[in-house]
Write a protein that binds this ligand. Structure first.
Ligand code: ZN
Ligand code: ZN
Length: 299
């Protein structure tokens, strides 16, 4: 197996691009894919301040590493979710990584704030993953606003987004389907732009990149996410991809193309933003979903 570019020994075969690459050229390929996504979807520019949401897992640490390598202005943002040992371990990975590469970061500690995910899930009788999502989104946005960031970047990859798209189509979740783009524009003056620079890369490619570049990440998955339906959709798409190469990428990007066209034609927003009566952050409701959640009110 030889590298398509330099003819040296290839270490990876990328079926959907129909190429084999050596370590050096795989690294080049990887950076180019991120760079292309950032430019193609107009995610951010060199002078903008990017908040990178880091969990200690491979996707977010690779994203942080690559953005720094590409010369972007980043600060990591870690949320301690208060999920026992898993949170302890993930925090250790993030701190070690930041120290090793001399990166700036911020921490929001939900335990100190009194909102650890398991406690809020129990009190509100809602699923842990959905509680976690509401709380994380709130703090990512709040910190980005309070500290003057231009954009919030997350490590979602092609597998994450394609499987989410499949799930949303299978259940015809129209509201979510409208938001499945790699860039969500800023709204009002507080809701920041959200971007997914790893969108052109698969889980396997990211894991290979992490391995080749000795990025020490937390392999352990969140114990609360066991049995998540998203994993079923990922498996289903991987089965299709194995038999019909390129399907995953086609499925997701064709959808994004169509949706972007539709969004261009219908610029009218749903509802208008108000300031939450409790915390003052902008929301489409009188009380934002975070405040409703932690005050344990009907959703
Ligand atoms: Zn090569
Ligand atoms: Zn609020």
């Amino acid at each position: 197996m030889k590298c398509k570019i330099c003819k040296e020994k290839a270490i990876i075969k990328l079926k959907r691009h129909n190429i084999k690459l050596c370590k050096e050229h795989f690294n080049d390929f990887f950076l180019k894919q991120v760079d292309r996504a950032i430019k193609e979807f107009k995610m951010f520019k060199k002078e903008e301040k990017v908040m990178v949401c880091v969990s200690g897992g491979k996707d977010s640490l690779v994203l942080w590493y690559v953005l720094k390598k590409l010369g972007y202005n980043t600060v990591g943002m870690y949320v301690n979710l208060g999920i026992s040992e898993y949170s302890e371990n993930s925090k250790k990975k993030v701190l070690k990584f930041a120290k090793l590469f001399d990166l700036e970061y911020k921490i929001v500690d939900l335990v100190e704030l009194g909102y650890p995910v398991p406690k809020i899930a129990k009190e509100s009788r809602r699923a842990e993953c959905s509680v976690c999502g509401v709380i994380k989104r709130y703090y990512f946005n709040k910190v980005a606003y309070d500290e003057g960031f231009d954009v919030v970047a997350t490590g979602h990859n092609l597998d994450d987004e394609a499987s989410r798209l499949l799930g949303n189509i299978l259940h015809w979740n129209d509201e979510y389907l409208k938001k499945q783009v790699p860039v969500l524009p800023a709204e009002g003056k507080m809701l920041k732009k959200k971007v997914k620079p790893l969108i052109r890369l698969t889980e396997k490619e990211i894991a290979s990149y992490a391995f080749l570049n000795k990025i020490d990440y937390l392999i352990e998955e969140c114990p609360l996410s066991k049995g998540a339906t998203s994993l079923v959709y990922k498996d289903a798409l991987n089965l299709i991809e194995e038999n019909i190469v390129g399907t995953k990428q086609f499925f997701y990007f064709q959808y994004v193309k169509k949706l972007q066209k539709e969004l261009e034609h219908s610029q009218n927003k749903i509802g208008s933003l108000k300031e939450c009566k409790i915390c003052g952050m902008e929301s489409f409701n009188d009380i934002c979903s975070f405040c409703r959640l932690v005050r344990n009110e009907e959703q």
